[in-house]
Design a protein around this ligand. Structure first.
Ligand code: NAD
Length: 504
């Protein structure tokens, strides 16, 4: 990024005009008890393409969280706890419909706020809507069970919500990640207090406003603000009965410690350093694209990024050559331009983190492509880095071990199956892993041997709300998505009804 601002740039002008469009008729604030609150200290939400503030958003604190938790309990006790599952489902469907009506508005906010190319931003907003619809559907199919207890005992199980749950999400998939938390929690009958990431609150704050008069006031609350205040207050709040967190392993373990003081259950979706094993028979027409998509989608700001390509020696040269060619084919540009396939990183601090890792990589390994910022004056104000590939990497190197969370691929070579599995599992993380092969038996054997909560074969994704999503080891525990997430937002109860002898 240049130190001087290129105020005349058409990209800057276009963004400023879109900032005005996106914020003209909308106020962005804290959403508590069905009301927008805009008072108090505010912080600008920065467009990563221009460095301008798009709009200012209030910064909540512990008192705001306390108010949101109070409103959520009031709503739960007043009416939400008594709402039938049919009613909860209908309200979720209604909210999803309203979000669908605002698809392009939410897409634009996500694009401006995160720097995501429009097509990616749109796909993620659609993913959020699909997630809400999934939970609106499946909650109606939930059952309790009857346990055989003998003639004089009617023993059955039910599930019930926790009451008020706290949810904290990161900045890489703002609205999609929020829907992963809100969908199952609301479907299960909880009232929610959710904190979006401070860098990217706009789509979530707006989506909460769009729930007005759909959910009873206080059922859905969104409190933007700094993690150290709002996030910490949610994690520590005595009346938050369950916490679901997505973010870094360091912050997640602190959230878990805070919740442990009151023995509140925690779901953690944390970081990763996910390997993709390219076996000798891999179809490189598919696999090069899969690995590239897995590290360059969303400018590499993806928790399950395939950030370690482990390639068999027999195809290492061909894979590397084709992968570098693919990396160089990404179109860095204005995310508002439909031709753009890679936008900037989302924040200055992420830009600094990623460029520092790239400099470390240059000392440790062989730079095969990228490694800098694009030489395009139109992009000079944005937090852009080139798709970067390093060869000759080992698991002992910093870039082979630590999560970079940017468009940086590391390539390692293996000779034997056991070596590939050992390299793949030799990490503190266990979020995802990929397999490139045409052999069915190798797919199943490898999927079984990999320590990862998600395994993608010959492709990156697609991530569907239907299946559980979550990591092993320090990538977290518990699951988002799937029926499992619905279970995680409910408590099981066993009811023993002791029966008398029947008499007339
Ligand atoms: P982060 O841990 O810094 O922040 C995540 C959220 O926690 C943000 O809302 C932040 O404001 C809040 N927070 C910060 N300090 C807090 C505190 N002391 N107490 C409570 N909350 C606090 O992570 P990030 O930089 O926003 O996101 C990137 C990380 O998230 C990466 O490690 C990535 O792998 C991970 N991630 C994981 C998944 C997954 O599903 N496993 C998905 C997306 C991102």
């Amino acid at each position: 990024m240049s130190s001087s601002r290129s105020d005349e740039s058409p990209v800057v002008e276009r963004h400023r005009s879109k900032h005005r469009d996106a914020t003209a008729d909308v106020e962005f604030g804290t959403w508590i008890d069905g009301e927008l609150q805009t008072q108090g200290p505010k912080a600008g939400v920065v467009d990563p393409v221009t460095g301008d503030s798009i709009v200012e958003v209030p910064q909540g604190d512990a008192a705001t969280v306390d108010a949101a938790v109070g409103a959520a309990w009031d709503a739960f006790d007043r009416e939400w706890d008594a709402a039938t599952v049919r009613e909860r489902s209908a309200r979720l469907f209604e909210w999803a419909d309203v979000l669908e009506d605002h698809l392009e508005e939410l897409t634009l906010l996500e694009c401006l706020d995160c720097g995501k190319p429009l097509s990616q931003a749109r796909g993620e907003v659609e993913g959020a809507i699909d997630t809400l619809e999934f939970y609106a559907s499946v909650c109606r199919a939930q059952r309790g069970s009857e346990v055989p207890g003998g003639e004089d005992l009617h023993l059955y199980t039910t599930q019930e919500p926790y009451g008020v749950v706290g949810q904290i999400v990161p900045w890489n998939y703002p609205l999609w990640a929020a829907a992963w938390k809100l969908g199952p929690a609301l479907a299960a009958g909880n009232a929610c207090v959710l904190k979006p990431a401070n860098d990217t609150p706009l789509s979530t704050v707006r989506a909460a406003q769009l729930s007005e008069r759909i959910f009873p006031d206080g059922v859905l609350n969104v409190v933007p603000g700094p993690g150290s205040q709002v996030g910490q207050a949610i994690a520590e709040h005595d009346d938050v009965r369950k916490v679901s967190f997505t973010g870094s392993t360091a912050v997640g373990s602190g959230v878990m410690r805070a919740a442990a003081d009151r023995v509140a259950p925690v779901t953690l979706e944390l970081g990763g350093k996910s390997p993709f094993i390219v076996f000798p028979d891999a179809d490189l027409d598919k696999v090069v694209d899969a690995v590239a998509d897995g590290i360059f989608y969303s400018t590499g700001e993806i928790c399950d990024a395939f950030s370690r390509a482990l390639v068999h020696e027999s195809i290492a040269d061909e894979f590397t050559e084709r992968f570098v060619e693919k990396a160089e084919s990404y179109v860095l540009g204005d995310p508002l331009d439909e031709k753009t396939t890679m936008g900037p990183l989302t924040s200055q601090s992420q830009f600094e983190t990623v460029t520092e890792y790239i400099e470390t990589g240059k000392q440790e390994a062989e730079l095969l492509c990228g490694g800098g910022t694009p030489d395009d004056s139109e992009l000079a104000d944005g937090w852009y880095v080139e798709p970067t590939v390093f060869g000759g990497v080992t698991n002992q190197m910093t870039i082979g071990r630590e999560e970079i969370f940017g468009p940086v691929q590391t390539i390692q070579i293996f000779s034997e199956y056991e070596e590939a599995i050992e390299l793949a599992n030799d990490t503190q993380y266990g979020l995802a892993a990929g397999i490139g092969t045409e052999k069915t038996s190798l797919v199943h054997q490898t999927a079984d041997d990999l320590e990862a909560g998600l395994v993608y074969v010959n492709e990156y994704g697609p991530i569907m709300p239907d299946a559980p999503y979550g990591g092993f080891k320090q990538s977290g525990h518990g699951k988002d998505l799937g029926l499992e997430a619905l279970d995680h937002y409910q408590r099981q109860k066993s009811v023993y009804v002791n029966l008398d002898e029947p008499e007339l």
